[in-house]
Design a protein around this ligand. Sequence first.
Ligand code: P5A
Length: 440
Amino acid sequence: MRLSRYFLPVLKENPAEAQIVSHRLMLRAGMIKQAAAGIYSWLPLGYKVLRNIEEIIHEEQIRAGHHPILMPTIQSADLWRESGRYNAYGEEMLRIRDRHDRDMLFTPTAEELITDIFRSHVTSYRDLPLTMYQIQWKFRDEIRPRFGVMRGREFYMKDGYNFDLTKEDALHAYNRHLVSYLRTYERMGLQAIPMRAESGAIGGDDTHEFLVLADTGESGVFYDSQVTDLRFGDRVIDYDSHADCQAVLEEFTSRYARTDDTHDEAVFHERVPEERRREARGIEVGQIFYFGTKYSEPLGATVQTPDGTQVPVHMGSHGIGVSRLAGAIIEASHDDNGIIWPEEVAPFRVGIVNVKQGDPTTDKACEDLYAALTAAGIETLYDDREERAGAKFATMDLIGLPWRVTVGPRGLKNGVVELTSRRTGEGEELAPELLMSRLP
Ligand code: P5A
């Protein structure tokens, strides 16, 4: 992409309404624009990041054996009356009336809707286990929307739902999600901490939330300083195997505790030596639930068991805050000059800075590099604007692309361009032909 033709409405000044760094940087980098309180448009740069996050989630969900679907954003109130949640959900639900005076709502979550799909089509234990998920907009009329996309009213969520014959099977589904979520966040360059949580409006006894460490987080957590050593990398997990999932979880879940739970804290103290104990705050980027028959019973979602009886299915649900993640990643990865995107979610991998626009040799070198990178499938943003070099560097730092290639007459005279890592700030001079082989 040529920056001269892109739509990147960068702001020079810090927007007064933004209280936290991710909100400030998303506005300054031209990623989002507020449409109404807690409701945002995603501009080209922001939308690219959102889609990259979404793509990683799809890949990891499908790897774990879950089926993608798409359900509507507007639902009829009737199903929610059947489950008993229509009145219980409270002020956060946006209620709508259509022209025929029917009660509708903008979906804050979809346990009822998916249970209705299930009960209409599935009758036998032979069709279980089953997990379906979607990535779809949700609306919750938060009393105090704030921090940009981190606590919006309209927000993008991955929501998944599992159906199992027994509690034991449903708990396996729960564990499978715990593992696949940890893997999903790791691929986004995040260290996510799974922590036992409160189930709130969704219900059930077993629930974990996933936290990304950042000072602006709303939850307190103790953790083992060695958790950063735990990485999936290329490790293959057999998601069908209870034992495999459990083994992963023993490694990954025993080293954390809520700061407001004395029992958890005591266990944490037993397991983790004092010098490795850390306390921090975290942003909730996902939550998983097991709630048994809370929805299947009132909605009559039953299956026939091998011995011919009818039983309600055991269920759970699992959510990832897709739009919130764009902000959370920035909270976890930035410096004074701007965003530092992890490679897998970066809107472009490489930015080319032409320090002397209009100089025929420099322009030609930039064009050649841009063509070569693009042909190799490397997403590249070429800053070809008639701007001072300093302004171009500032824009690149602000938007946080992992690699910057600086091209100028002085370097070209010696046959080199400079490749700089946004994360480390380290630069290396090299011949343009070598550039491709140096990108990790
Ligand atoms: C699980 C999926 C649920 O709604 N039902 C379907 C369950 N869980 S949850 O914890 O309430 O939400 C899942 C994740 O969505 C993100 N989230 C938000 N993101 C931005 N703005 C909001 N107002 C907001 N509310 C929830 C969180 O990341 C949460 O973990």
